[in-house]
Design a binder for this molecule. Structure first.
Ligand SMILES: C[S@@+](CC[C@H](N)C(=O)[O-])C[C@H]1O[C@@H](n2cnc3c(N)ncnc32)[C@H](O)[C@@H]1O
Length: 276
């Protein structure tokens, strides 16, 4: 168990330690958000993983208490899933749940996965609400790119409000009206949720995040949002490692090709957000 977190302002690199302190109440808090689990499943489905994941090795980075792992498992129940998190306590909560033997949890820093024996190659990476918390986001994305097989997809599920005044306003109202007070009541402190509010306002807008992924050499980068109050607040940023060696993973590459990146209405009916 990690030593207790000292009170004070949470900064990006310190997030895992702060999650330790909130791990026991995390599931209840996110469970109060009606779309939380469905939106994770939506992003996982958007990866276009074929054959229920049979024969695929997948990574869930920043798995927390396992909500994103469960979403990945639901769309790819036959895959081998490695779920990584830097918070001991979040992982402890994840491990308390019932999982098939094909799911394993690893304690490690997503900014240096090789240190924990996570070397790939993987057939898909899912990272939900992680990237914003990392100190070196560009280097992390390049590392994720290297871990993927050619042609394999990545889905970064993340808040992104910077490009829209409406999104920033709704986000601020919901944080200060609901999330921070609930954090205070349920966890005895609103510090993590004030950090959440601040870190989301500071994080990339959709256009900057798309550029960040392209700079990390992901191709077919596209963005979709979710329905409900989080529309244009939560997004799936999709991309894939170029299929220069496509023969290595024909099934994943082909399945992802089935998702028409130019279609006005993609597989799940939520419009693709076009670059402006
Ligand atoms: C908001 S939670 C999301 C958990 C889960 N993906 C979900 O969708 O519910 C973010 C998680 O990222 C983890 N995290 C933050 N920085 C990390 C890092 N550098 N390496 C690994 N995990 C990290 C935190 O410990 C926390 O569990």
């Amino acid at each position: 168990m990690s030593p207790p977190v000292k009170p004070g302002r949470i900064e990006r690199g310190g997030a895992p330690r702060s999650f330790d302190a909130h791990a026991k109440t995390y599931d209840k808090l996110v469970g109060a958000n009606p779309g939380y689990h469905e939106h994770l499943r939506m992003s996982a489905r958007r990866m276009g993983l074929p054959n229920r994941g049979a024969g695929l090795k997948l990574l869930d980075l920043g798995c927390g208490t396992g909500a994103s792992t469960a979403a990945l498992l639901e769309v790819a129940p036959e895959a081998e899933i490695t779920a990584v998190d830097a918070s001991d306590e979040m992982l402890a909560q994840a491990r308390r749940k019932i999982w098939p033997t094909t799911v394993r949890f690893v304690h490690g820093n997503a900014e240096n996965l090789a240190m924990n024996g996570i070397v790939g190659p993987y057939d898909g990476i899912f990272a939900a609400y992680l990237l914003r918390n990392l100190v070196h986001q560009d280097a992390a994305l390049r590392q994720f790119h290297r871990l993927l097989r050619p042609g394999a997809p990545i889905a970064i599920h993340e808040y992104s409000v910077r490009d829209s005044l409406r999104s920033r306003t709704v986000w601020t109202l919901v944080c200060w009206g609901v999330i921070i007070p609930m954090g205070r009541i349920r966890a005895g402190s609103g510090d993590l949720y004030r950090y959440l509010w601040r870190s989301v306002l500071r994080f990339d807008g959709v256009a900057a995040m798309r550029k960040r992924m392209e700079a990390a050499e992901f191709e077919d980068v596209r963005v979709q949002t979710v329905p409900g109050w989080e529309q244009h607040i939560v997004h799936t940023f999709l991309g894939r490692r170029p299929a220069v060696e496509a023969v290595a993973t024909p099934r994943v590459a082909e399945a992802y090709d089935d998702v028409d990146t130019e279609a006005a209405t993609p597989v799940d009916g939520i419009p693709v957000i076009r670059p402006t």
